[in-house]
Design a protein around this ligand. Structure first.
Ligand code: FES
Ligand code: FES
Length: 162
């Protein structure tokens, strides 16, 4: 690996500034997993079709396999690891557990991050709005009914806490 081809970028990942030397063609998913230690996000299709790699970039849910790390200089990134605080699960994670939102769990990190983005702008989404917001996230276990229930439950929990 030629270190001279790398460029130093600074990302705020889950509130912590990380400086990473990246090559220009490296995707954000690769850098988050390989260089930043955030392996919660999954990489499956690598072409924006499954949503397993979804993270929030400045609050917007994005498939991180589809963006270049070098273009994220100075951005704020949230991954699933940033949700729980001091060992206490985020209400979305609680809801996922209680409503059996995970079967194999492979889609869960991406689904949960898409849910976080949805509920930040729409605290009481309809079923259609949930389906639309999670439309880019594929569950190969076909666990959609439980996932939708988990989103509804998470929304209720978060409204009650607000
Ligand atoms: S791995 Fe990024 S969308 Fe499938
Ligand atoms: S729970 Fe297995 S892919 Fe969704």
């Amino acid at each position: 690996m030629n270190e001279n081809r790398k460029q130093l970028i600074h990302l705020t990942v889950n509130g912590e500034v990380q400086s990473v030397a990246v090559e220009s063609h490296w995707t954000l998913s690769r850098v988050l997993r390989n260089d930043c230690g955030h392996t919660g996000l999954k990489e499956a299709c690598g072409e924006g079709a499954c949503g397993a790699c979804t993270v929030l970039i400045d609050g917007v849910a994005v498939p991180s396999c589809m963006v270049l790390a070098v273009e994220q200089e100075g951005k704020s990134i949230e991954t699933v690891e940033g949700l729980s605080k001091n060992g206490v699960l985020h209400p979305i994670q609680e809801a996922w557990l209680e409503e059996y939102g995970a079967q194999c769990g492979f889609c869960s990190p991406g689904m949960i991050m898409s849910t976080k983005a949805l509920l930040a702008k729409n605290p009481d989404p309809t079923e259609d709005e949930i389906k639309e917001a999670l439309g880019g996230n594929i569950c190969i276990c076909n666990n959609y009914e439980h996932i939708i229930n988990a989103v509804r439950s998470a929304a209720k929990k978060m409204r009650e806490k607000a």
